[in-house]
Write a protein that binds this ligand. Structure first.
Ligand code: 3PO
Length: 324
């Protein structure tokens, strides 16, 4: 078993940025400033499996077979923790013995007690696939080894296809703190947003099996009172990023007020925690000017704001603070 700890960025729609300043150029400059110990690229084809009634999805598990020219492996990713683009999930890999994954090859301890593995195995069907070119660089950073992968390709489900254009930073060795500082450095590069959904979550949606992204208002003030300031800040960040996805991926700016409500919750909860004697983090300084600025933006200004790098860095600073 290994625990995958990664931070995912989505490459923003090039129409929002300067086309002459392509991601390839920006990445070159970024990588030239770092110690790269290895680099390679590979075409990856991945088929994801589940039962027709989504038994694995309900267990929060993702099951796939990945093939390239010279290797094939089956992987199951289990329920983990997600914090606004930082994902930590236990995963198990093994050899492939046929067209279907073999569930009995994974450790018995990953399944809930009483799970009928034979029935689960018999009901497995392919649900969707992802095909992409992965270019990856192994970076030595602050005593850690971190893989930067740039994945470009597509997710194909029964209900359509979606482009993949993502950068992922995955911790190979060392501390999550190093991963977060490298992420802040990468996130300062214009044209990226934090990716809160895995490729599998996007795939389930495209297969017509996942939940649609819909606006969800914050709980009433009274219902928030049971949460600590830290929990409220985590909720505010989730709210901000969820509605950012709706604005950007679905081009639906009606989610904007809920996005701002997430930011306002972060600011209020932080004020409360500082009033209770907690030290104010560095990122606190950014909150008031940011909220004042957001209140004045017209529709075009809001769209431009969604493509800015400084708020990605702010999100990462909040994640690092929550992760401590
Ligand atoms: O290569 P991995 O295991 O990080 O998996 P992926 O195909 O990038 O998918 P995701 O990281 O979105 O689960």
């Amino acid at each position: 078993m290994q625990t995958e700890i990664e931070i995912k960025f989505l490459v923003a729609d090039p129409a929002l940025g300067d086309p002459a300043d392509s991601m390839a150029n920006k990445l070159d400059i970024f990588l030239n400033s770092l110690t790269v110990v290895d680099h390679s690229e590979v075409e990856l084809g991945n088929i994801y499996f589940d039962t027709r009634d989504l038994a694995l999805r309900r267990l929060d598990m993702g099951l796939r077979i990945r093939r390239s020219n010279d290797f094939a492996e089956q992987t199951i990713k289990c329920r983990g923790e997600g914090l606004g683009g930082l994902h930590a999930r236990p995963e198990y890999n093994g050899p492939v013995r046929g067209e279907l994954p073999c569930l009995a090859d994974f450790p018995a301890t990953i399944w809930p007690q009483g799970e009928d593995l034979a029935a689960l195995q018999a009901a497995l069907v392919p649900q969707f696939r992802t095909d992409f070119l992965r270019r990856h660089w192994l970076i030595a950073w602050e005593g850690a080894e971190i893989e930067l992968a740039w994945d470009r390709g597509e997710i194909v489900g029964q209900e359509g296809r979606e482009a993949i254009d993502e950068l992922e930073l995955e911790l190979k060795r060392g501390s999550a703190a190093a991963l977060l500082t490298l992420a802040e450095s990468l996130g300062a590069m214009p044209g990226l947003r934090l990716g809160v959904q895995s490729k599998a979550q996007r795939g389930y949606r495209l297969a017509g099996l996942g939940k649609a992204l819909v606006a969800r208002p914050l709980p009433q003030r009274g219902d928030l009172d049971g949460l600590s300031p830290r929990q409220q800040i985590a909720l505010g960040l989730e709210q901000w990023q969820h509605h950012e996805q709706i604005c950007v991926l679905q081009q639906d700016m009606a989610a904007w007020p809920d996005l701002v409500a997430g930011l306002a919750l972060i600011a209020q909860a932080l004020e409360h925690s500082v009033a209770m004697g907690e030290p104010a983090p560095e990122w606190n300084k950014a909150m008031a000017p940011l909220l004042a600025e957001l209140a004045q933006l017209d529709e075009a200004g809001r769209r431009r704001w969604l493509a800015r790098a400084d708020y990605v860095v702010l999100q990462l600073a909040i994640i690092a603070w929550l992760w401590q």
